[in-house]
Write a protein that binds this ligand. Structure first.
Ligand code: P53
Length: 504
């Protein structure tokens, strides 16, 4: 088994997102995105968005919360905003793509920054300079025969749309997004084949990704520590419904522009296990899992599953649908399901599933080690999830994020010995191999997260590094931004060259 190869067309590569990697936040006519207002944080301090209100009051919210009514997000002089420079792909794309080519990448996942194309989101014509930047990136990738894998929406939203329209709870966003998607599909119809319409739809929330979704008050005293109040959870589900209609419509639009496009959706689908064989734990874990799978059920199968109503009931929420929504969802299911896999979580029936900057925090799994950020390391869980998803949808799967975020130091001669990353990737690739060769699951490819160091989404830190290439920059943006291949760079290069045969 160990010495067998992957299928010939398997897409090895790496993944990034504009808000964490690109920088150049005010260049060439780019508009402000909600993520531009997020400060840096760390494991125990959530990232913040500061705001002012017309009555002179001010304050801040953390991830998961909505802006209070009448509030405008503001920049504070004494804060650091990681997205503004990120790790500066905007000015390093040639060098970075060359490094990817050196590793032998077959594909590269990046996201388009919506506000580069439509700075406010509701214009009639796109910003040509923004389009030109991605022309250059895509041409550079094509030069090396690297297949672009484009995410249209990755933790992104024009601030203007959040403020003027209230974000995704307003159905007007559907048309704005579809116009943006259509513009991209047209522009790169002969150069891009793989598209992901939305990143991790099942974990979206807060001003950061949905715009304002609480009109009256702060969503919760401390959203980062737990569940959001019922009424607001309902607003969020409605906003996510609108978003699902938008991405389904976009899929239809894209296929008309080029029937050969492969248009997928993406979810965060780390595994969930019952803590014990106690039936309450098993049933509870199953039901908890459905809170994620509900979204892929809609987008892969074309309608809300019966159990969705029980989730809505739990939040005292009644879904509002337009007459045409059902048909849009049914007619435009995604071509493939892309997902991120970092870890698994344990469900215990009498313990609340909390969300922190480290993702879901359930009970601890005594069989697994953890990363420095407390994420359990579970390679076999990846095979489990691949099987779970293929059994359910029978469509190709794409592992578009996986990896380990760790603290690393640049040693003398610019070397980084990231042996934890190598073993993490080796163990996970072995399990993908079993899923592909033994379980016969069609997996399109594997793009490890943050292949070149970038800013952590959860904590806004630079210290939490995922890359195969080190970027010289610290938590506050100081550093030369120079790129240095880590040990994993050479290891992965060999994996790709041998098409997964040689994992040593
Ligand atoms: P960071 C939480 C749990 C699982 C996936 O995360 C998540 C998150 C959000 O933090 O998001 C994805 O940077 C996301 C990426 C993100 C990556 O996981 O917090 O799509 O943007 O960087 C890793 O360590």
């Amino acid at each position: 088994m160990d010495k067998k190869e992957f299928p010939q067309n398997f897409l090895w590569g790496g993944a990034t997102a504009a808000n964490q990697y690109e920088g150049g936040y005010d260049e060439d006519g780019r508009g402000l995105s909600v993520g531009d207002f997020l400060t840096n944080g760390d494991y125990t301090h959530p990232r913040r968005i500061y705001y002012n209100k017309e009555d002179g009051s001010n304050g801040y919210i953390v991830e998961g919360e909505g802006l209070p009514q009448g509030a405008t997000p503001v920049f504070k002089d004494d804060c650091y905003y990681p997205s503004h420079k990120a790790t500066d792909f905007y000015h390093h794309y040639k060098e970075d793509i060359k490094l990817m080519a050196r590793m032998g990448f077959k594909t590269f996942r990046f996201s388009i920054s919506w506000t580069r194309i439509f700075p406010n989101g509701d214009e009639n014509t796109p910003n040509e300079k923004g389009l030109k930047f991605y022309d250059r990136v895509i041409d550079e990738l094509n030069k090396y025969n690297i297949e672009p894998l484009v995410t249209l929406l990755h933790f992104d939203m024009p601030v203007h749309l959040a403020q003027k329209y209230g974000g995704w709870k307003n159905r007007k966003l559907i048309d704005f997004y579809d116009k943006y998607a259509e513009t991209c599909f047209h522009r790169w119809k002969n150069k891009v084949k793989y598209w992901i319409t939305v990143n991790e739809i099942n974990v979206l929330g807060g001003y950061w990704t949905l715009g304002t979704f609480s009109a009256e008050k702060k969503i919760s005293a401390n959203a980062n520590q737990g569940e959001i109040p019922t009424a607001d959870a309902g607003i969020k589900l409605q906003a996510l419904h609108n978003l699902m209609v938008a991405v389904s419509k976009a899929k239809g639009i894209g296929k008309k522009i080029n029937p050969n496009f492969k248009i997928g959706v993406m979810l965060a689908l780390s595994g969930i296990y019952p803590a014990t064989c106690k039936p309450d734990d098993v049933m509870g874990a199953y039901q908890f899992r459905r809170k994620a799978l509900m979204f892929s059920d809609v987008l892969m199968r074309g309608s809300y599953p019966n159990y969705a109503q029980s989730i809505f009931d739990e939040y005292h929420f009644q879904l509002k649908q337009d007459k045409s929504d059902k048909k849009i969802l049914a007619d435009n299911t995604a071509d493939f399901l892309a997902f991120s896999y970092y870890r698994s979580t344990i469900y215990r029936s009498n313990q609340k599933q909390l969300t922190t900057t480290g993702g879901q925090q359930g009970a601890s799994n005594p069989y697994l080690d953890k990363t420095s950020w407390g994420w359990p390391i579970d390679p076999e869980g990846l095979r489990f999830v691949l099987n779970e998803l293929f059994d359910r949808y029978q469509k190709p799967l794409f592992i578009v994020e996986n990896g380990i975020g760790e603290r690393e130091t640049l040693e003398e001669n610019h070397i980084v010995h990231d042996k934890d990353r190598i073993s993490f990737m080796r163990d996970h690739i072995k399990e993908i191999k079993k899923a592909v060769l033994i379980d016969r699951i069609p997996v399109i490819g594997y793009t490890p997260w943050g292949c070149i160091d970038l800013v952590s989404a959860g904590t806004g830190e630079m210290d939490k590094r995922y890359g195969l290439v080190y970027v010289d920059m610290d938590n506050l943006g100081y550093g030369s931004l120079k790129r240095y291949p880590k040990d994993s760079f050479y290891w992965y290069k060999n994996v790709i060259a041998s098409n997964g045969k040689d994992l040593d």
